[in-house]
Design a protein around this ligand. Structure first.
Ligand SMILES: C[S@@+](CC[C@H](N)C(=O)[O-])C[C@H]1O[C@@H](n2cnc3c(N)ncnc32)[C@H](O)[C@@H]1O
Length: 284
């Protein structure tokens, strides 16, 4: 049941059925202490300090944990400013033993430095709910580097054991080099912090199967819903910003999904504020 919801994600997640979602991709405001403004979108990203940010994030992470199936996975997308705090929060909600990866999304391209090295990566914390989690990494194998021994005839260890190359290439590692959505890209919506479809494609294909339900509680321009739609997954996408929901809807319309996708909820909220949404969540 694909659903696009305008409003705070906390009350909406509270009434979704427990253990109904196989993948949550959450890309919240990072706690940058700024207003994010660009053509077509605006949202506040301001908290007094990390403690206030975590107090806002904790109930949402707990709600995501409740919604995940026992074999489900959370990807929490942050950056250097709060990832270390969030890691401890996720350890306490999911259990440290369920930590799976910290993916470094290295966005290529130039960068402005100063008296520091240019910041060119985000951090994506991956936690699964339990041991039997879905992990289709074989679907995303990559060619071996031409210089790698594997690329030729495999590698022979000192013990004499021969490691042959996998016919589909090597497993992806945890540093993902994917360009940001550039101004000339056909994906570009103008929404600030729009993430590339290539990034979401890796996440969706790795941690779900066709027909599974994917939840994006901070959907922004709708990248997750678009990728879920293109790969045959069901989706729920939520955002408290009207312009985000309108942009998401326009993207889905281009996929021929506009008429089938109803926008539900409307509290007029354009700023993240826990407990503000009084609309009753519904879905199509
Ligand atoms: C980093 S952006 C998401 C970008 C998105 N991944 C994309 O590809 O476009 C964060 C989003 O969270 C939304 N947001 C902030 N607080 C929220 C809340 N309490 N409930 C729902 N959405 C919220 C903002 O409006 C913003 O669109």
């Amino acid at each position: 049941m694909d659903t696009l919801h305008l409003g705070d994600n906390l009350p909406y997640m509270a009434v979704m059925p427990a253990e109904s979602v196989r993948l949550v991709y959450a890309d919240p405001p990072f706690g940058t202490n700024s207003a994010r403004v660009a053509a077509g979108g605006e949202y506040a990203d301001t908290w007094a300090d990390p403690a206030a940010y975590l107090a806002w994030l904790r109930p949402r992470v707990e709600a995501m944990h409740r919604l995940l199936t026992p074999d489900g996975t959370l990807y929490l997308h942050l950056d250097r400013r709060n990832v270390h705090h969030a890691r401890l929060l996720l350890d306490s909600v999911f259990g440290a033993h369920n930590f799976q990866n910290e993916i470094i999304w290295h966005y290529t391209g130039g960068g402005r430095g100063g008296r520091w090295f240019p910041h060119k990566h985000d951090n994506i914390l991956v936690y699964h709910k339990g041991p039997g989690y879905i992990f289709n990494a074989d679907l995303l194998r990559e060619p071996y580097a031409p210089s790698s021994g594997y690329a030729r005839a495999g590698i022979r260890a000192r013990s004499g054991k021969h490691y042959t190359p996998h016919p589909d290439g090597k497993l992806m590692d945890d540093v993902w080099r994917i360009p940001i959505v550039n101004p000339l890209s056909r994906e570009r919506t103008g929404y600030p912090t729009q993430k590339p479809e290539a990034l979401l494609r890796r996440i969706v294909l790795t941690s779900t199967s066709r027909g599974d339900l994917v939840l994006d509680p901070f959907c922004g321009s709708g990248t997750t819903a678009v990728v879920a739609q293109l790969t045959g997954r069901a989706w729920v996408a939520i955002d408290s910003s009207r312009s985000a929901i309108e942009i998401t809807r326009a993207r889905l319309e281009k996929l021929g999904r506009g008429e089938q996708t109803s926008i539900r909820g409307d509290n007029g909220a354009d700023r993240p504020q826990a407990g503000r949404d009084s609309s009753s969540p519904t879905s199509r």
